[in-house]
Design a protein. Structure first.
Ligand code: NAP
Length: 360
């Protein structure tokens, strides 16, 4: 199979660095272009990223010497030279919309980690194991943008990527209400303990805009395709609290759930153990073999022990028990910059590639 040539926009950022690490040795994707702001443009990647490199492994050889481009000024040249781009940038919202639609209109598909396009009804927002069928709306989007190839596909917010996967196989029991308290790692803010020392021995009970995203985005993931667009689900009612905690990587969620038809505990654990999505059926390279993993031990999942399960792409679940207000409560965990960001982006791109959306 011919490899697709790819670019990373926002390559010097926390998510961009993860993309570069994941693309160092990818069987389908070949890293060709790196782009960031004008501050980084014109410098070799290793110099542009400098001390901001936050990954545990060194900068991959295939990236270190690539001269970084300006994501805005060099857009036409970048769009022409790759098959698609990943995008994760920190820019004002209106500029992100212009940037992503700009690449799409230049016939360069965009797989984005940014929030700006998430609620467009003709933009698929993918957790590939849960809503792979939503890629079909790309045809409607291409008509709106006037493109043959170009489109934007997005990934949802990292905060929902443990409890939405965990609840997904339980939908057949009619999920009516969900309360999720999310304990979110500092890498979700693009930070490390070196760059955010105030987080050592601390907890901050506010993450701007996060609770709204955590409550709204699952409804789109569980939405139905109708007349070429995604119509959000109306159930369940979801309420969340999002707290920043002193953990480097890994978002943990304490979930309470109420059903129309209460399943047994055994049925829930069996549903998790047996669940397979489109990535597992297609054998996508980044797909975890076992997507949902239930731990019987009382003290699991733990961020430090379990976030890297299946290369950080699996979701860990534990402490399932009955609740006095809801039917059940449990705890779940996913790696926020792998499953929740760059890894989820790469898996979404693999799904799009497998379905022919990057073909010329
Ligand atoms: P970050 O570490 O602050 O990196 C931001 C990137 O944007 C850098 O590469 C920066 O380049 C680039 N940039 C800034 N201004 C630009 C401009 N005018 N033109 C082109 N590039 C520009 O941010 P991050 O944590 O990686 O997050 C990036 C995006 O992903 C955000 O939308 C965030 O909400 C989203 N996201 C993050 C996570 C996570 O876990 N961190 C999870 C899901 C989604 P320079 O170095 O040249 O300034």
């Amino acid at each position: 199979m011919k490899k697709f040539e790819v670019g990373v926009i926002g390559a010097t950022g926390m998510v961009g660095q993860r993309f570069i690490t994941l693309l160092a040795d990818h069987p389908w994707f070949d890293l060709k272009v790196l782009a960031a702001s004008e501050r980084s443009a014109g410098k070799p990647y290793s110099e542009a990223v400098g001390a901001k490199w936050a990954m545990k492994t060194p900068i991959p050889e295939n990236a270190a010497n690539i001269v970084v481009k300006d994501a805005v000024k060099d857009m036409a040249e970048i769009a022409k030279s790759v098959d698609f781009v990943f995008c994760a940038v920190d820019m004002p919202s209106d500029e992100i919309i212009t940037l992503e639609q700009g690449y799409a209109k230049l016939e360069c598909p965009v797989v984005s980690n940014n929030k700006e396009h998430r609620l467009f009804p003709d933009v698929p927002m993918l957790i590939p194991e849960c809503n792979a069928e939503h890629v079909a709306v790309i045809e409607t989007q291409r008509k709106r943008l006037g493109t043959k190839r170009g489109f934007v596909a997005v990934k949802p917010n990292c905060s929902i990527q443990s409890y939405v996967p965990a609840l997904h196989p339980l939908k057949e029991y009619g999920i009516s209400a969900v309360l999720a308290c999310n304990y979110q790692a500092i890498s979700g803010a693009g930070k490390t303990f070196e760059t955010w020392p105030e987080m050592v021995d601390n907890l901050i009970p506010f993450i701007k805009g996060e609770e709204q995203k955590s409550e709204i985005e699952p409804m789109k993931i569980w939405g139905e395709l109708k007349d070429g667009v995604i119509v959000p689900a109306e159930k369940p009612v979801i309420t969340t609290q999002c707290l920043r905690v002193p953990v480097s990587d890994g978002h943990t969620s304490a979930v309470f759930v109420k059903f129309d038809r209460k399943p047994s505990k055994e049925a829930m654990i069996k549903a998790w153990a047996e669940y397979k999505g489109e990535p597992q059926r297609l054998g996508l390279p980044s797909a975890p073999k076992q997507f949902l993993n239930y731990f019987e031990e009382d003290n699991r999942p733990q961020a430090k022990l379990d976030r890297n399960l299946e290369n950080g792409m699996a979701v860990s679940i534990g402490r399932l028990r009955e609740d006095v207000l809801f039917d059940y409560k449990f705890v779940c965990l996913s790696h926020n910059t792998l499953r929740g960001a760059a890894g989820g982006g790469v898996l979404a791109a693999e799904l799009l590639a497998a379905k022919g959306y990057f073909d010329r």
